[in-house]
Design a protein around this ligand. Sequence first.
Ligand SMILES: Nc1ncnc2c1ncn2[C@@H]1O[C@H](COP(=O)(O)OP(=O)(O)OP(=O)(O)O)[C@@H](O)[C@H]1O
Ligand SMILES: [Mg+2]
Ligand SMILES: [Zn+2]
Length: 512
Amino acid sequence: MLVKTYGSAIEGINAILITIEVNISGGTGFHLVGLADNAVKESQTRIISALLNNDLHYPKLRIVVNMAPADIKKEGSAYDLPIAIGMLAASGQLNCDDISEYMIMGELSLDGGIKRIKGALPMAIKARDAGLKRLIVPMENAKEAAVVEGIDVFGMKHLKDVIDLINDESDARPFDVDLKEQFLTLTNNYPFDFEDVKGQENIKRALEIAASGGHNLIMIGPPGSGKTMLAKRLPSILPPMGLNEALETTKIHSVAGILKENISLVSERPFRSPHHTISDAGLVGGGTYPQPGEISLAQNGVLFLDELPEFKRTVLEVMRQPMEDRVVTISRARVTVNFPASFMLIASMNPCPCGYYNDPSKECVCSPGIVKSYLNKISGPLMDRIDLHVEVTPVPFKDLAISPKGEKSNFIRNRVIEARKAQEIRFDGRKDIFCNAQMTSKDIDKYCELNEDGLNLLKRAMERLNLSARAFDRIKKVSRTIADLDNSPGIKSYHIAEAIQYRSLDRESWGS
Ligand SMILES: Nc1ncnc2c1ncn2[C@@H]1O[C@H](COP(=O)(O)OP(=O)(O)OP(=O)(O)O)[C@@H](O)[C@H]1O
Ligand SMILES: [Mg+2]
Ligand SMILES: [Zn+2]
């Protein structure tokens, strides 16, 4: 007998509908056709065990499983369950009347348990859009799939449960997730708050500016000065995620299989901090079946590269294009996929190999040449994409004990939100740009006009501080954001004066 059900393959962050046909006829043998990889081919072994361990019957006939479309590569073990269900239906062990109204995905363990899969959220979207009525996924994936409205999502733990459900002998109810409620209760529950950071007002101010204009930022300071502590708190002052942003980030995390079991929606901005030993593929994405990298997992949030000079230069180089385009493209022989990669880069570094260059309390033992070459480990093009440089000096230990608490993140975030509103109006109707950091030179000419005083100030500073030419546009952009925080339509001299302070690494005198 021939039966048909549905599964799904993931390409990039989207799912593709896969038809799974199982035909059982006279003869013997198991034949799997339709571009399946080895893990799918091994499903036969797992299915046989799962069936026999549950007093089910493995048909000793000719079994043909056809997965279509044939030009899409089928990967992994998540097809175990639909194939097993297809076999049971085709051999009359299961009521197959409406099995073609299901999408079924899940990996089987040898005892018939159902193990979690990757990409359940995009699969649910696909199943709904394809007009299917019911989706069966592993219990651990049910919450993430159930955010999709318009399809009944069932989370299942065991093959037997699935059989009961399809035979209509089950009291299992579809998972119900109230998206809006989930979204509201989870939002803005950040574990780290700026109130824990004592002193460091200038650094917090720089982070507030970065958050307001979407600027990338690097912190330079000795060990223990609080760089990591400060960076971790940045997501708490970014504007709250919108529902669409949250869904987009959740989709990427779903495909990567890193969603926590009890979470149906990532509603807090991600903070990703990969170790400096990370590979190219780990950072930007890759693999035979392309998987998102850290820059995509940081979508709509923060990518924190701690100890930037320790990263391999080639790894940092591969980030350049995605940072420009806010999307990363991975090409393979059969397929090209895009992963979104819109994130804020926050980097930290020691100022020199010993860590204490410019430190007021401890002497640096590095020669000027060594300090310069340490900085040069970071490629120019990457540095070019970092608008704000701040030097972090440690708060002396005795002051840490007596200093009052800092301002709460919530208050800072409210100012950030106001500054973003000014940018929304400025870039209204444009799809390519939504914050000041994304302005091109043409935009800078248009939106960052300086009056004569401002221009003179900037020129004098460039000469006096020996700032490099590339600093010029960066300072104008950052001044624009500072003016937005000040609710000022025009850029004033004191906005520029502040922006100039955030170009430490541009000074040609750095290291000498
Ligand atoms: N301004 C501060 N307010 C409160 N605690 C602080 C402050 N600065 C540092 N600390 C304390 O010192 C610890 C070390 O800071 P952190 O790890 O952020 O330093 P770092 O600059 O990242 O150092 P490294 O270069 O070694 O990574 C923090 O976890 C915190 O407990
Ligand atoms: Mg650190
Ligand atoms: Zn040093």
